[in-house]
Design a protein around this ligand. Structure first.
Ligand SMILES: [Zn+2]
Length: 141
């Protein structure tokens, strides 16, 4: 039986500490990040496709889609925790994790967007993948 699960404060702190350690944090401090997350990401929907966090949890929890990165039957472990919660995506992949540069993204969009596209490019890309790619190619010729 699926029940909506919030990300724990410890998970948020671990995520935040990792960004600080890597020198890619642009939030003022953990509290600033936590407030932003609770307001903009927790129980919200993907900036790119509109999938809600609850919908994503149901898909993963019920095994409707599977991956080595998804928790299996509710078992979370190191590196096996993707898909369950909305992720923090950088609009500009070369920028910092900050209020201005971050949006909530589902696993599927975040994984697809990777560090290749900006938010604007990715929204065009998902609308018409081959059209977008041929367009950047043609603009270069
Ligand atoms: Zn999405």
């Amino acid at each position: 039986m699926w029940e909506y699960k919030f990300k724990s404060d410890k998970q948020l702190k671990d995520w935040y500490d990792d960004k600080v350690r890597k020198g890619i944090n642009g939030f003022i401090d953990f509290l600033d990040f936590q407030n932003w997350y609770n307001d903009r990401v927790k129980d919200q929907s993907c900036y790119y496709c509109g999938l809600t966090e609850r919908e994503s949890q149901k898909i993963i929890h019920n095994g409707l889609l599977t991956s080595k990165r998804f928790p299996n039957e509710g078992q979370f472990s190191q590196g096996v925790n993707r898909g369950y919660w909305l992720e923090v995506d950088k609009r500009n992949p070369n920028g910092l994790y900050s209020r201005e540069n971050c949006v909530p993204s589902c696993y599927f969009c975040n994984n697809d967007k990777s560090d290749v596209f900006t938010d604007i490019q990715y929204r065009e890309f998902v609308t018409d993948r081959i059209g977008f790619l041929r367009n950047i190619l043609n603009n270069n010729e």
